[in-house]
Design a protein around this ligand. Structure first.
Ligand code: PEP
Ligand code: MN
Length: 338
C-alpha cells in the first residue's frame, strides 16, 4: 500500500499515521523516491480499509499495491534505475547502449577481432558466451574458463566491458572476478538458487526473460536477485515461445512499456534470439528503439556461416554498423542518443 500525505504535512502528522499502521503489525517504508510525504506499507494490508485512512485530513491518497514484488516495483521506487558499468549508464533516458559480440567465444583472436569490430561500429560493450546452454548435449558447450579469459583479453585490448552467461553457482567466483555483467540466460530465469547467489554479489545482472514466462514471473525473478541486496538488475527480452514457426521466438515488444510502467529497471532487447534470423534483426532492433528500449544486445560474427553456434541469427560487423546507424536516427526521433 502506498500512502501519499498532502504536501506540507508536518513530520508529526505523518508519524501519527505511520504509528497507527505499525500498531497493526505492518512495516513502513519511508520516503519513497525523494518524497518525504510518500511512504509504503508492507505486510498483510487486507484488513486495512483505505477509506478510513483517507478520512485523515492530511492524507492525499491511498493506493493498494497488489503486485507480489516490491523492490522491483515502480510504486516503491518511482525514479528510473540506472545501472552503471565502468561509466556506461544502462537505463539512461538520454542515451541507449548497444552490446555486440559472438554467441560463443571461439578463441582469443576471434573475440579480440570481433571486439574491435563491434567497437568500431558503435557498440559500448562486448558479449560472448563461454558456458553455453545448448539443447543438445552433443552440441558445442562453450570454451569454459579459456573463453572467459579470451573475453578478458578482448576487454584489455578494447576497453569494452564484458558480458557473459553464468549457468551454475560453482562458477560464480570466476564470473565475479572476471566479467563486468553476469548474464542469467532464459533457461535459468527461474533457477532460484542461482538468482539468490548472484543477488548476494554486487555485479550488474542481465536477466533474460524465460522462454515461456509471463512478465510477472520475470519481474519476480528480478525480485529474487534484489531481495538478496543486489539492485543492479537489467532486464532483457529475447522473445518467447508461441505457435509461430516463422521465427525462432516471438519478440514481445509490448513488454517495454509494461516493464517501464511496472518497474524502475532498465530493459534491453535481444533481437538475435528473438528472431533467430539475421535478416529480421535490423527491423526488430529499430522497432525496439522506437518502443523505448534502453538498449540492444546483438550477436555479431565475422563469418556467420561458420559460427559454432547461432550463425543464422548473427550479423556481420558491417550490417551491425548499419543497424546502429539507423538505430541512432530512430533514437533521435524520440529524443534519445545512441
Ligand atoms: C545467449 O545470449 O547466447 C543465449 C543463450 O540466450 P538465451 O538465454 O536468451 O537463449
Ligand atoms: Mn546465442
Amino acid at each position: 500500500m502506498i500512502i501519499t500525505m498532502k504536501k506540507n504535512t508536518s513530520a508529526q502528522d505523518i508519524a501519527k499515521v505511520m504509528d497507527q499502521l505499525k500498531a497493526q503489525g505492518l512495516q513502513i517504508h519511508e520516503s519513497i523516491g525523494e518524497n518525504y510525504n510518500v511512504f509504503g506499507v508492507v505486510g498483510d494490508t487486507s484488513r486495512i480499509d483505505p477509506k478510513r485512512i483517507e478520512a485523515n485530513p492530511h492524507v492525499d491518497s491511498v493506493v493498494r499495491v497488489s503486485s507480489p514484488y516490491k523492490k522491483a516495483s515502480r510504486l516503491f521506487h518511482p525514479d528510473d534505475t540506472i545501472v552503471e558499468v565502468n561509466g556506461i549508464r544502462i537505463g539512461d533516458k538520454e542515451k541507449l547502449v548497444v552490446i555486440g559480440g559472438p554467441c560463443s567465444v571461439e578463441g582469443e583472436d576471434m573475440v579480440v577481432q570481433l571486439a574491435k569490430d563491434v567497437k568500431a561500429a558503435g557498440a559500448v560493450m562486448l558479449r560472448g558466451g563461454a558456458y553455453k546452454p545448448r539443447t543438445s548435449p552433443y552440441a558445442f558447450q562453450g570454451m569454459g574458463s579459456a573463453g572467459i579469459q579470451a573475453m578478458v583479453a578482448a576487454r584489455k585490448q578494447t576497453g569494452l566491458p564484458i558480458v557473459s552467461e553464468l549457468m551454475s553457482i560453482d562458477k560464480l567466483d570466476e564470473f565475479v572476478d572476471n566479467v563486468d555483467i553476469i548474464q542469467i540466460g532464459a533457461r535459468n530465469m527461474q533457477n532460484f538458487d542461482l538468482l539468490k547467489a548472484v543477488g548476494r554479489t554486487d555485479k550488474p545482472i542481465l536477466l533474460k526473460r524465460g522462454l515461456a514466462n509471463t512478465i510477472e514471473e520475470w519481474i519476480m525473478s528480478a525480485e529474487y536477485i534484489m531481495s538478496e541486496g543486489n539492485e543492479k538488475v537489467i532486464l532483457c527480452e529475447r522473445g518467447i515461445r508461441t505457435f509461430e514457426p516463422a521465427t525462432r521466438n516471438t519478440l514481445d515488444l509490448s513488454v517495454i512499456p509494461i516493464i517501464k510502467k511496472k518497474t524502475h529497471l532498465p530493459i534491453i532487447i535481444d533481437p538475435s534470439h528473438a528472431t533467430g534470423d539475421w535478416e529480421l534483426v535490423e527491423a526488430a532492433s529499430l522497432a525496439a528503439i522506437a518502443a523505448g528500449a534502453d538498449g540492444l544486445m546483438i550477436e555479431v560474427h565475422n563469418q556467420p556461416e561458420c559460427a559454432w553456434s547461432d550463425g543464422a541469427q548473427s550479423l556481420r560487423p558491417d550490417r551491425f554498423a548499419e543497424v546502429i546507424r539507423k538505430g541512432r536516427a530512430i533514437a533521435k526521433v524520440i529524443g534519445r542518443d545512441l
